[in-house]
Design a protein around this ligand. Structure first.
Ligand SMILES: [Zn+2]
Ligand SMILES: [Zn+2]
Ligand SMILES: [Zn+2]
Length: 142
């Protein structure tokens, strides 16, 4: 999905893009990590995107609604990452919070008798390759 399509989707949700909001959106789209709204706010400040926490919440809410952001519940906190529009799954690293998209559908449990499945959502949580290497290297130096 190109930028103009995303902007159009946001407009349909009555979310007008100012220059600062657009900078926040760009930051969100190019980051392959998940952050809480407060963390996204911090990341934005560091990148000199002057935007309030309320706007961060609003953008994440709208993007989630149109399917361009995914919430992840980890240890009681809700993190958000940008999502492509195509159906996919995720591998989430619990250490560095990177999010990798997986385009192969896993086999899913059968629905209860008489129930019809509309869609499915499967995310995997673990430790990415880089974090595994880092922790091994760290252990050797001790
Ligand atoms: Zn995704
Ligand atoms: Zn990692
Ligand atoms: Zn699937």
């Amino acid at each position: 999905m190109n930028k103009r399509d995303i902007v159009e989707l946001l407009h349909q949700q009555k979310f007008r893009l100012t220059r600062e909001r657009e900078a926040l959106l760009d930051l969100f789209v190019r980051t392959d990590k998940m952050y809480t709204p407060a963390q996204w706010h911090e990341v934005a400040q560091r990148e000199n995107v002057r935007i309030g926490l309320t706007t961060v919440y609003r953008l994440l809410e709208v993007l989630t609604k149109v399917g361009l952001a995914s919430p992840f519940l980890v240890e009681g906190n809700i993190y958000y990452a940008f999502c492509e529009e195509h159906h996919h799954h995720h591998f989430v690293c619990l250490q560095c919070h990177s999010v990798e998209d997986l385009y192969e559908c896993p086999s899913i449990p059968a629905a209860p008798r008489g129930c019809r499945i509309e869609h499915h959502k499967v995310d995997l949580f673990g430790t990415c390759e880089r974090c595994q290497h880092n922790s091994q290297r760290g252990a050797k130096h001790q």
